[in-house]
Design a protein around this ligand. Sequence first.
Ligand SMILES: N[C@@H](CCC(=O)N[C@@H](CS)C(=O)NCC(=O)O)C(=O)O
Length: 204
Amino acid sequence: MKLYYSPGACSLAPHIVASEAGVPLELEKVDLSTHTLADGSNYYDVNPRGYVPAVRIKDGEPVLTEANVVVQFIADQKPESGLMPKAGTPERYRAQQWLAFIATELHKNFSWLWQKDTSDETKAAVKAKLEKRFAELDAHLKSNDYLLGKNFSAADAYAFTIINWVNFLGMNLKSFPSLQAYMDRVAARPKVQETLKSEGLLAA
Ligand SMILES: N[C@@H](CCC(=O)N[C@@H](CS)C(=O)NCC(=O)O)C(=O)O
């Protein structure tokens, strides 16, 4: 299976899930400034939206997209990893609830901050909304090590990837100590360290 990724982008989430689960991945880097691959070919031919992550499951079939679904697909290759609860259980829906929350309340809002043409007014409104969501997460993480409770899951890989963007967008988590402790806890996981190094985000 091949993962199209860009260092530090939301594709880091499925990359972490694969590392944690022990799912082998072929990695193909996408230059998001030109939407090209290393051989110069056009990434829009792979994913017409031009987004990472995308996963090539089978040659000749469309790639699988949407980070919150891609992480589930990868986790489900190794159910024994426990990175996603068993399909059909209430726990699975709870995990999916977190994944949808991350996709729509965090990821999509952060996307406005990355765009060069977003107005300052919109940026301020988006930051205020994100801080509300950080406060919710901070309260949840006061009594939970991870989003699902005691154990790390695919939802944590996604949340970590997205919230880590505060470090590149002039924001911080100083007002959210439990959320900061959670980010530190996830960052310290050996497989997360390994993945960050492999994307060149930490010195090897
Ligand atoms: N809805 C997509 C959004 C993916 C997305 O926003 N990817 C960003 C990187 S984090 C991207 O590839 N941006 C390149 C572009 O906008 O052309 C998902 O959830 O996977």
